[in-house]
Design a binder for this molecule. Structure first.
Ligand code: UDP
Length: 250
């Protein structure tokens, strides 16, 4: 059996990227009329939509906290988002991703301003190709800001990992499946705080540090894209009734 190579002799990856290169990323804020805040992210072949409602009444009521708002995240992969149809409805993976994204967002949202309420965040993965939790958190963070919910900062997310013995940024589908490690990171570039960190696979301490630095640096670039999406959304003269996509179409 011939082993599949993920990095060629020229040092480039299957999709032509350098080890420390991100997939192309596009972020748009305010794409849904019926949500208080929303964002759409295309990240390589991932397509992810985030919608935010609130702060609003808590359902179910017993979850209410008299001291702060709760942040409830529902991450969902559409049945058609991958080649093999996914069974609709919650599963362990979706529950885990919802929880970690919720914790990351809760860290930046000024929840104590809104006691007894809920900030509800829905992340819908329309197309998936590795890194959907990073795209989801990055989109959700912009959507929360778009909803006008006070935050200390935006959270950015990106992964780094290892494939063919090399540390690489932002793993694609085959790198995620066949590589040696994947480390998704949630990061606040301004303060240097880490609000999400997971690791699938094995890395030495030196490799881990290299991967973290790569992901943190990339997060700084993605942070600029998030801010740019919000600036475009709220640019003077932007028509409130139009989504940025509609403006482009017209
Ligand atoms: N995936 C899939 N079916 C599933 C779950 C995941 O095909 O039920 C694919 C999908 O492309 C996803 C990738 O596997 O992006 C990696 O999934 P992982 O659990 O590592 O999360 P992600 O990298 O998307 O945050």
């Amino acid at each position: 059996m011939v082993e599949e190579r993920l990095i060629g002799d020229d040092g480039l990856r299957e999709d032509g990227r350098k080890p420390d290169q991100l997939r192309p990323i596009k972020i748009e804020a305010g794409v849904l009329h019926n949500a208080d805040g929303s964002a759409y992210v295309e990240w390589g072949k991932n397509k992810v939509l985030a919608a935010v409602y609130g702060p609003r009444e808590v359902h179910p009521k017993f979850l209410q906290d008299s001291t702060k708002a709760i942040v409830q995240v529902t991450y969902n992969m559409a049945a058609f988002s991958v080649d093999d149809r996914i069974r609709p409805g919650p599963n362990r993976r979706a529950t885990e991703i919802s929880k970690i994204i919720g914790e990351a967002l809760e860290y930046v949202i000024l929840t104590h301003h809104f006691p007894r309420s809920s900030v509800d965040v829905y992340i819908e993965v329309l197309e998936a190709s590795a890194g959907t939790r990073c795209a989801g958190l990055t989109a959700a963070s912009v959507a929360v800001a778009d909803a006008g919910i006070p935050m200390t900062d935006l959270v950015v997310s990106c992964a780094a990992g290892k494939a063919d013995g090399q540390i690489i940024l932002d793993l694609g589908k085959s790198e995620d499946n066949l590589g040696e490690a994947d480390v998704p990171l949630g990061y606040i570039p301004r303060t240097g705080e880490i609000v999400l960190l997971q690791m699938d696979g094995h890395l030495t301490k030196a490799e881990f540090e290299k991967a973290m630095n790569m992901a943190m640096n990339a997060c700084k670039d993605i942070y600029e894209m998030q801010k740019d999406a919000l600036r475009r959304r709220y640019a003077v003269g932007a028509d409130e009734d139009k989504t940025p996509t509609q403006e482009v179409i017209e």
